[in-house]
Write a protein of this length. Structure first.
Length: 116
């Protein structure tokens, strides 16, 4: 039987100390979010979490993408979305991340999209 750490590694999830990303915003804006359930994002993404959103988010200004990572437990999700991960594109006219490019529960699918 795999240990919790091995299971997280196999699923693409890393414990908080494995990430080099500064997660102070996430901790402040979503204090009840379990950081251990946060998947590892590719380089270039920074914590852009804000309490006005339903879930923590990470953006890459250069690529014009923002990734929302909702709570692992569906019952904890304020958004009511069944998909845990959402990627939005920056909309120049709206001046915000409006266009949903991907919505899924599969982190591997998100990584393929982000690294394409």
């Amino acid at each position: 039987m795999a240990t919790d750490a091995k299971q997280r590694k196999m699923s693409g999830l890393q414990p908080p100390h494995a990430s080099l990303m500064n997660l102070e915003r996430l901790r402040r804006e979503f204090p009840d979010f379990d950081i251990a359930t946060l998947p590892t994002l590719p380089e270039g993404y920074v914590d852009a979490s804000s309490y006005i959103d339903a879930a923590p988010s990470f953006e890459n200004e250069e690529r014009g993408l923002k990734v929302y990572v909702d709570y692992a437990n569906y019952a904890d999700r304020e958004s009511g979305r069944s998909q845990r991960f959402c990627v939005s594109r920056y909309d120049e006219e709206a001046g915000d991340y409006e266009d949903v490019a991907l919505s899924t529960n599969d982190w591997a699918e998100v990584m393929r999209f982000l690294t394409a």
